[in-house]
Design a protein around this ligand. Structure first.
Ligand code: ZN
Ligand code: ZN
Length: 308
């Protein structure tokens, strides 16, 4: 039996088909909204649309595979090291309590891994692929180097398992991580969308497109808004920034990040040289915000700290 007739190839084709259906559903939701409520005028087939489409399939297929071994190891270590009865106690909590706690501890893990990806030059070269998007829309959500994607997922799920919120006790052992992962993925498409909706006072509670678009700014204050779902965590850790308008441009300074998929995948592994990490903005270079720009929490617009 050739590989093309084998069960693994059949499973691969089934996964590709399911992802295509999901993409059609996401497009049916976000493309009309991005036409009707655009934050910036933008074509559907904008710059590097094809590259981001490849990332959609590549990361969806690869990340689950790459993350499965380290996550299984983390879950096994948790079972071996946590005090007897602890997992049973946590499993006895209502699903809403476990899901809420998982969202918070998962976000803490993600926040710091994400922040370190900005501050440690080696990690930044992987993460810079995501930030190199100059036309941010819903599809930008999956634009990431697979290693960066694995770091994000790992940092989010390990605290959930370590605190016994991810099972594997009982039939619903994996329900909470699945719920958190699903909600985070869907919300990730929303916060990248080119939609000018604002959520009013809820914007400090749950992330919005404006909140995350400021994370992608090229000329505004950089290294802000690291949370993916809970903006108040940025407020707690001093990186919250949300004026009443959208950033005027997106991307990274410098010409470090290449534009083709293969070059981007190899780029973080190339070391320093002509393709060194994109320029990190020094405070003196920061674009000056319009006077009086404040966050929705009433804090003055903050100038970014220098990146490490
Ligand atoms: Zn980032
Ligand atoms: Zn993003």
């Amino acid at each position: 039996m050739s590989f093309l007739q084998g069960p693994q190839f059949q499973a691969f084709l089934r996964d590709v088909f399911q992802l295509t259906v999901w993409l059609a559903i996401l497009s049916a939701i976000f493309v009309p909204l991005e036409r009707l409520f655009a934050a910036h005028p933008r074509r559907i087939f904008r710059r590097e649309f094809g590259v981001d489409l490849c990332y959609y399939f590549l990361n969806s297929l690869l990340t689950a595979f790459l993350i499965s071994v380290p996550l299984s190891l983390a879950a096994w270590l948790t079972r071996r090291t946590l005090p007897p009865g602890f997992l049973e106690t946590m499993a006895g909590l209502p699903v809403w309590a476990r899901a809420s706690a998982a969202m918070i501890v998962g976000e803490v893990g993600y926040y710091w891994a994400h922040r370190l990806s900005h501050e440690i030059p080696f990690l930044w070269k992987f993460h810079a692929i995501h930030h190199s998007a100059e036309d941010v829309d819903f599809l930008t959500n999956t634009r990431a180097h697979p290693i960066d994607m694995v770091i994000d997922r790992f940092s989010m799920f390990v605290p959930i398992y370590v605190l016994g919120l991810g099972g594997p006790v009982g039939a619903s052992g994996t329900l909470v991580p699945v719920l958190v992962g699903l909600f985070g993925t869907i919300w990730g498409f929303f916060i990248h969308a080119n939609i000018r909706w604002r959520l009013g006072p809820l914007e400090w509670l749950i992330s919005s497109p404006a909140f995350h678009h400021w994370h992608h700014t090229k000329s505004g204050p950089i290294d802000k808004n690291f949370s993916t779902m809970l903006p108040w965590m940025d407020w707690v850790f001093g990186s919250f920034y949300l004026p009443d308008h959208f950033p005027k441009d997106y991307g990274v300074r410098g010409n470090g990040v290449p534009h083709t998929l293969l070059d981007q995948l190899l780029y973080p592994l190339e070391g320093d040289g002509p393709a060194a990490a994109p320029v990190r903005v020094k405070p003196a270079d920061e674009a000056v915000e319009p006077s009086g720009a404040t966050s929705t929490l009433g804090q003055p617009a903050v100038v970014a700290e220098p990146a490490a």
